[in-house]
Write a protein that binds this ligand. Sequence first.
Ligand code: 5GP
Length: 205
Amino acid sequence: MGKRGFLIVISGFSGVGKGTVVKRLVSDYGYSLSVSATTRAPREGEMDGREYYFKSREEFMNLIDYNGFIEWAVYVDNYYGTPRAFVEQELALGHHVILEIEVQGALNIKRQYPDAVLIFLTAPSAYELKKRLTGRGTEDAGVIEKRMRRAAEEAEDMDAYEYIIINDDLDQCVQDVNAVIVARGCMLEEKKEFISQMKAELKAL
Ligand code: 5GP
């Protein structure tokens, strides 16, 4: 059997451009992307099964009961969860899987999958963050306010992450995140099997 893949957890403040960065990581580097389930209503342009699996609260609760998620959390009045089956299949195939999830979920994942890499994306400043959130035009003032407050809470957990990457220039940000992923793949812990095989082969030659 080949080597298992690892999880790439990407979190970041609402409005920081996580979605765009993640799409580029998938298209440029071929990483797998987990599609979460949520009880929030679809935004304009979002498609069921592409951005999210949109579920009723009841459907979501059922999935929790049947152990259908590897983690789930509540974020600004809605439920969000990572479906178990896809992640397990992909990891077993040796693919690295991106989870774009919030802080509670990220910490939960790290407990269950210690080799997951935790990356936090941030805007260059709080001012810039608010500007992006307002400029997106997909949320009303009340929601923006709630998300800014949530961002202040999330800032408290930023140091739980292993890597903090500033999304100022998109191309640079995508390259930086990929560099972190590549580096994680080269980590000594990841290479134990390779090392013993190399030693055995060298002895045999
Ligand atoms: P949004 O409503 O803006 O799409 O997402 C709100 C927040 O929920 C974001 O921080 C996003 O990363 C997070 N999120 C999306 N899917 C999941 C998930 O499956 N689990 C957890 N814990 N958070 C998620």
